[in-house]
Design a protein around this ligand. Structure first.
Ligand SMILES: *[C@@H]1O[C@H](CO)[C@@H](O)[C@H](O)[C@H]1NC(C)=O
Ligand SMILES: *[C@@H]1O[C@H](CO)[C@@H](O)[C@H](O)[C@H]1NC(C)=O
Ligand SMILES: *[C@@H]1O[C@H](CO)[C@@H](O)[C@H](O)[C@H]1NC(C)=O
Ligand SMILES: *[C@@H]1O[C@H](CO)[C@@H](O)[C@H](O)[C@H]1NC(C)=O
Ligand SMILES: *[C@@H]1O[C@H](CO)[C@@H](O)[C@H](O)[C@H]1NC(C)=O
Ligand SMILES: *[C@@H]1O[C@H](CO)[C@@H](O)[C@H](O)[C@H]1NC(C)=O
Ligand SMILES: *[C@@H]1O[C@H](CO)[C@@H](O)[C@H](O)[C@H]1NC(C)=O
Length: 276
C-alpha cells in the first residue's frame, strides 16, 4: 500500500512537472502571441479597411522592408528599401491597397484595403517586417501584426407582415446571416419570445453569397399591444427592428375569424402609413 502511494505520489509529481512544463510552454506561446498585435477589423462592402500595424523602431525608408499577406499567402502590399514592389502583389489586391509613406519612418506599416468585397470577408492578414541599418539587421524579418477582417452588407428594408396567427419578418440580400429575435409588448412590459414559437429559414445565394432570412412567429395567445422583430448584424454589431402596434389594443387579437383579420389588416396598414 505504502509503495503504491509513493508511486502514485511520484506519478502525480511527474504529471505536475509535465503540466508545469506545458504551462510554461503555453505561457511562452501566449507571450509570443501577445507580442503580435492581433485584432478584428469590421467594415462594409465597397468601403475600405485600415489594417493598422507598427514596428517599434524609427527608421529610414531605405532600411525598411515589410509585406502583408493573407492566409492563402496572397500578397497585398510589399515594400522593400524605399520602393513599393508592385509585381509582388497578387490579383485580388491589385490596385486597391495603399500604405502611408509619410508615416513609415515612425514605424507605421499600416495599409488601407479599398473597395472591399465579400471575398475579403474572413481573411486573416499578417504583416512581416525587417529593419536594417546599413549592413546590420536591427530587426529580423518577423511577423508583427495579425488582423481578421469581416465585411458586411448592411441590413436595410426589414419587412414585417402580420396576420392573426402568424407574423413574418423578412430580410433580403444581406451579409452575414442575421440573428433574429422577437419581442412582444404588453401594456406595461415587454418580453423576448421563446424560440419554440419562432421558425427562421435562412438561405444563401451561391453566386453573390448574400443571405435572405425569413422568420415566422406563431403568435402565442395573450393580451399584447405590439410585436417587434429584431435583426442583429454580428459584424456591424447593430440591430435593425420593425414593430407592429395594434391601435385598438389587445382585444383585436382575440377576435376570431374574418373581422379580426380585417381589423388587423387595417391596423397594420394604418401603422405602415403612419411610419411613412
Ligand atoms: C498609421 O498612419 C495612418 C495614416 O496616417 C493612421 O491613420 C494610423 O492611425 C497610423 N497607425 C499607427 C499604428 O500609428
Ligand atoms: C469595386 O469593385 C467592384 C466589384 O469588384 C467594381 O465593379 C468596381 O468598379 C470597383 N470600384 C472601384 C472604385 O474600384
Ligand atoms: C544606425 O547606425 C548608426 C551608426 O552605427 C547609429 O548611429 C544609429 O543610431 C543606428 N540607427 C538605428 C535606427 O539603429
Ligand atoms: C391595454 O391598454 C389599452 C388602452 O390603454 C386598454 O384598452 C386595454 O384594455 C389594456 N389591456 C390590458 C390587458 O390591460
Ligand atoms: C466583428 O465581426 C465579427 C464577425 O461577425 C464578430 O464576431 C465581432 O464581434 C465583430 N466585432 C465587433 C467589434 O463588433
Ligand atoms: C456590441 O454593442 C453593444 C452595445 O451596443 C456592446 O455592449 C457590445 O460590447 C458590443 N459587442 C462587441 C462584440 O463589440
Ligand atoms: C428599434 O430601432 C429604433 C431606431 O431605429 C430604436 O430607437 C429602438 O430602441 C429600437 N427598438 C428596440 C426594441 O430595439
Amino acid at each position: 500500500m505504502r509503495l503504491k502511494s509513493v508511486l502514485s505520489t511520484r506519478f502525480i509529481g511527474n504529471i505536475l512537472t509535465k503540466m508545469a512544463v506545458l504551462l510554461g510552454l503555453f505561457s511562452a506561446l501566449l507571450f509570443v502571441s501577445e507580442a503580435i498585435f492581433g485584432y478584428n477589423v469590421n467594415s462594409t462592402i465597397m468601403d475600405s479597411a485600415l489594417l493598422e500595424c507598427s514596428v517599434p523602431v524609427k527608421t529610414d525608408l531605405k532600411n525598411l522592408r515589410f509585406y502583408w499577406q493573407d492566409e492563402r499567402k496572397d500578397v497585398l502590399y510589399s515594400f522593400n528599401k524605399g520602393e513599393k514592389m508592385f509585381n509582388h502583389v497578387n490579383d485580388p489586391y491589385l490596385n486597391r491597397v495603399s500604405a502611408f509613406t509619410q508615416d513609415m519612418t515612425k514605424g507605421n506599416i499600416s495599409v488601407l484595403v479599398k473597395n472591399l468585397t465579400l471575398g475579403d470577408n474572413g481573411r486573416i492578414f499578417e504583416a512581416y517586417a525587417a529593419v536594417f541599418n546599413g549592413s546590420k539587421t536591427v530587426m529580423q524579418n518577423s511577423k508583427v501584426c495579425h488582423v481578421n477582417l469581416y465585411v458586411t452588407v448592411p441590413y436595410k428594408d426589414l419587412k414585417l407582415a402580420v396576420n392573426t396567427k402568424t407574423s413574418v419578418c423578412t430580410l433580403h440580400d444581406v451579409f452575414p446571416a442575421p440573428e433574429i429575435h422577437w419581442t412582444i409588448h404588453y401594456n406595461h412590459s415587454e418580453s423576448l419570445v421563446d424560440s419554440k414559437y419562432v421558425h427562421t429559414k435562412t438561405e444563401q445565394d451561391p453566386e453573390n453569397y448574400l443571405y435572405t432570412s425569413s422568420s415566422t412567429l406563431h403568435i402565442p395567445a395573450g393580451p399584447y399591444r405590439a410585436i417587434t422583430c429584431l435583426c442583429h448584424n454580428p459584424t456591424s454589431n447593430t440591430t435593425l427592428n420593425a414593430t407592429y402596434t395594434l391601435s385598438k389594443g389587445a382585444a383585436v387579437w382575440s377576435l376570431p375569424g374574418w373581422s379580426a383579420g380585417l381589423i388587423v389588416a387595417a391596423a397594420v396598414l394604418l401603422t405602415a402609413l403612419m411610419q411613412l
